[in-house]
Design a protein. Structure first.
Length: 110
């Protein structure tokens, strides 16, 4: 009987050691899984930060280009307005000269 209990105790001890090894292996596997997930999360955060930085840089470039284009358009409009005013002044001067010539010609004929 003593031998029977010792055999059962030995079997229980072996089972317990095997069970502890499994728990240790499972614990190590869980640790590796958690570490890998943390690394992936870190990579995802870094990629998101890079993408956000790129988007901000692209938006700033686009805004700068739009401002430059608007400034050029305003400059062109100012130049065109100046040219139109100059052309109108020249046309008015010619009209006055033509009117003066007609008036002098008309009065000379009388």
């Amino acid at each position: 009987m003593k031998r029977f209990f010792l055999s059962i105790a030995a079997i229980a001890l072996i089972f317990n050691i095997t069970s502890c090894r499994k728990v240790k292996e499972n614990s190590e596997n869980a640790e590796n899984t958690i570490e890998n997930a943390a690394n992936e999360a870190g990579n995802a955060i870094e990629n998101a930060a890079d993408a956000t930085g790129d988007a901000i840089e692209n938006a700033a470039d686009a805004t700068g280009n739009a401002i430059e284009d608007a400034a050029n358009a305003v400059g062109d409009a100012v130049d065109n307005t100046g040219n139109a005013i100059k052309d109108a002044a020249n046309d008015a001067e010619k009209a006055v000269k033509n009117t003066k010539i007609k008036v002098e010609t008309t009065t000379d004929d009388n």
